[in-house]
Design a protein around this ligand. Structure first.
Ligand SMILES: N[C@@H](CCC(=O)N[C@@H](CS)C(=O)NCC(=O)O)C(=O)O
Length: 220
């Protein structure tokens, strides 16, 4: 059954889902929405995702939204294609440790990185600079949390253990955006995080997945 991915070129959440599909070698029909024109709030799209956000995956009559859920679905359903990206559900300790790492990404990283990136992008499009008092609290927390993540990476090669997994892919879109909007130091000044980034960003599936977004934010 053919997979369709509803997304947007500018969207790092779409990138997360596209990347997971490409890691599994899937060819996907991507339907690009114009977010500025609010296409994601049209009734036919709200029938797919009532929150009016991208991405959405459809496969026949099956519909799924939330980029990390899409990535998990792809990793489970196509587990036989290529290397595993998620532990076997039967292995309770491995899956629990995977979920711990996935939760860290969402609560200790995305929660602070996403508003920082959004503020920077909106300000640049408006020709403005984000006021320091809006940035500093996010940056302070990110610095503390990335120090901890750097220590985790001093003991293991990847975010969820010894092998590349979906959790690495969960981090990559927003880390890429942090680099684009000028926060290179957050990543490149941390030894283990830098080494990890240099390794994972060389993955062919990532290079292909990030291309559309790279072209868009090239001027940043
Ligand atoms: N937690 C969701 C977030 C989805 C999301 O916020 N997508 C943004 C694009 S990166 C969007 O659709 N924005 C348009 C809007 O909010 O109207 C996911 O991971 O898929």
């Amino acid at each position: 059954m053919s997979i369709k991915l509803y997304g947007a070129v500018s969207s790092w959440n779409t990138l997360r889902a596209r990347h997971a599909l490409l890691e599994k070698g899937m060819t996907v029909e991507e339907i690009s929405l114009n977010l500025s024109a609010q296409e994601q709030k049209r009734p036919d799209y709200l029938a797919l995702n009532p929150f009016g956000k991208v991405p959405v995956l459809t496969e026949g009559d099956f519909t799924l939204f939330e980029s990390r859920a899409i990535a998990r679905y792809v990793a489970w359903k196509y587990s036989s294609l290529g290397k595993p990206l998620i532990p076997d559900v039967e292995n309770s300790r491995s899956i629990a440790l995977f979920e711990e790492a996935a939760s860290i990404e969402l609560t200790q990283f995305d929660h602070f990185a996403q508003p920082l990136v959004l503020k920077e992008i909106i300000a640049r499009f408006q020709g403005k600079v984000v006021p320091e008092d809006e940035i500093l609290p996010l940056l302070q927390t990110l610095n503390v949390n990335l120090d901890i993540i750097d220590r985790i990476l001093s003991k293991q090669s990847f975010m969820a253990g010894r092998q590349y997994s979906l959790v690495d892919g969960f981090y990559m879109p927003l880390l890429h955006m942090l680099l684009k909007v000028g926060y290179q130091g957050l990543i490149l000044e941390r030894k283990h995080l830098k080494h990890w980034w240099e390794t994972v960003s060389e993955r062919p599936a990532w290079k292909e997945a990030v291309q559309p977004l790279n072209n868009l934010y090239d001027t940043f």
